[in-house]
Design a protein around this ligand. Structure first.
Ligand code: MN
Length: 418
């Protein structure tokens, strides 16, 4: 596939994240206006509420876009998603007849505030990257027992918290928690000293289900994807995780990028999952190319200092796709709702510089990494800003996600002070 040209000139740059091929869905506001739905095109945002009001987009009897979330559009189902994409493409393509009516509804991205793009119904996080699971397992249990015996048969996950999912740009407060250091007999309640990031993708369920669904049905039910940083307190996690998995270590915050990149926009970048080491049971088998070729990177910028790229990897390094995770999630009969968010699990590659967490990059703190500023890091320091970036690169165009960024603030002196 090649670049679809738009009359919005900035959208035609081969490296621009938001060409006409993309059309990602966000929620924005400008000074003195309420948050509402918008679609990114080049350096601009198409005000979807205004476009609907003007009669340029009419998909349903009731308005869909004068609200601060995309859940209403998602609920309309895949036929309406496709009709919207076709209509937006016609309105914004080079030579579009209605350009004069659309142009006044464009708002510059510069100066607009981006908000959470959808209401997160529930949030589940997985552990489906094999390099990550092997690295972490090797550190905690040794190389022989790195992967638990179930790992090659099911995508392992835990139920996270929708309430702590925040949009890029939201500052993150270092948490306190119960920590048990090996040198002490008793645990203590302290600010986390091993606060970390996890580079992940998030899949957004756009069609509800009630009962087990196939991998193909699961794929069809996914509306789109965001970048996701699963902030993780490793010292809290190490003490609390047995036997029911992570809890407070993962509950401080999860940051997502502000634009939902639709599954439709990613179609040209589909690629196969890695070779299966053991055959999956039928209900989890791949039903075609299930992953996407998306370059990913993590930067770390100390307070007032330059950003260093600390990891580069690709979404194709996952062992299980989001569709397989979603299908597995429903096997028990668990109902899934519009707006459910599924974290992929940390995406690490096979090499040292492709590891998607500081836990792996610094090998549990034993091998600190060096930043461009000369400082070293084992885990995050107060004032550090972590930014995730993602891009699928086509022939003369790029599908970008926007940044997924967050700055770490110091722990409160007294978390119970009122
Ligand atoms: Mn995670």
């Amino acid at each position: 596939m090649t670049l679809k040209r738009s009359w919005v000139a900035s959208a035609n740059d081969a490296d621009h994240p938001f060409p006409l091929n993309n059309l990602p869905c966000g929620v924005f506001s400008t000074a003195g206006t309420e948050p509402r739905c918008g679609v990114a095109i080049g350096d601009m945002i198409l005000d979807m509420a205004a476009a609907e009001e003007a009669g340029l987009i009419s998909l349903t009897d009731d308005p869909l876009f004068d609200v601060p979330y995309w859940n209403d559009l998602m609920e309309q189902g895949p036929a309406v998603w496709a009709a919207l994409r076709e209509r937006l493409t016609a309105l914004l393509a080079e030579g579009a007849q209605e350009r004069d009516r659309v142009e006044p509804l464009l708002v510059p991205q510069e100066g607009a505030t981006l908000h959470m793009p959808f209401v997160v119904s529930e949030y589940t996080d997985f552990y489906a990257g094999k390099h990550h699971a092997t690295n972490v397992g090797t550190m905690f249990r040794g190389p022989e027992n790195a992967l638990p015996p179930n790992w090659l048969h099911i995508p392992i996950g835990y139920n996270g918290r929708a309430s702590s999912v925040v949009v890029s740009g939201t500052e993150i407060r270092r948490p306190w928690g119960q920590i048990k250091s090996p040198e002490h007999d008793r645990p203590a309640f302290l600010p986390s000293r091993r606060f970390d990031l996890e580079l992940e993708m998030g899949a957004i369920v756009g069609t509800a289900s009630d009962g087990p669904i196939t991998v193909q049905e699961a794929d069809d039910n996914i509306f789109g994807y965001v970048l996701l940083n699963d902030w993780s307190a490793r010292d809290i996690q190490a003490w609390e995780y047995q036997p029911l998995g992570p809890f407070q270590a993962k509950a401080t915050a999860t940051t997502i990028s502000p634009w939902i990149v639709t599954r439709a926009a990613l179609e040209p970048f589909r690629c196969d999952t890695p070779a299966r080491e053991v055959e999956l049971l039928d209900h989890l088998k791949d039903c075609g190319p299930m992953l996407y070729d998306i370059d990913l990177e993590v930067t770390l910028a100390p307070e007032g200092g330059p950003a260093t790229t600390i990891a580069r990897t690709n979404y194709r390094e996952m062992y299980y796709s989001s569709a397989q995770q979603l299908a597995h999630h429903t096997t028990s009969g668990c109902p899934m709702n519009v707006g459910d968010l599924l974290g992929s699990g940390t995406i690490s590659g096979p090499t040292k510089d492709s590891r998607g967490s500081l836990l792996e990059l610094s090998w549990g703190g034993k091998e600190p990494i060096t930043l461009d500023s000369g400082e070293s890091r084992s885990f995050l320091e107060d004032g550090d800003t972590i930014t995730l970036k993602g891009a699928a690169r086509g022939n003369g165009f790029t599908i970008g996600f926007g940044e997924c960024s967050g700055k770490l603030l110091p722990a409160l002196e007294d978390p119970y002070a009122r």
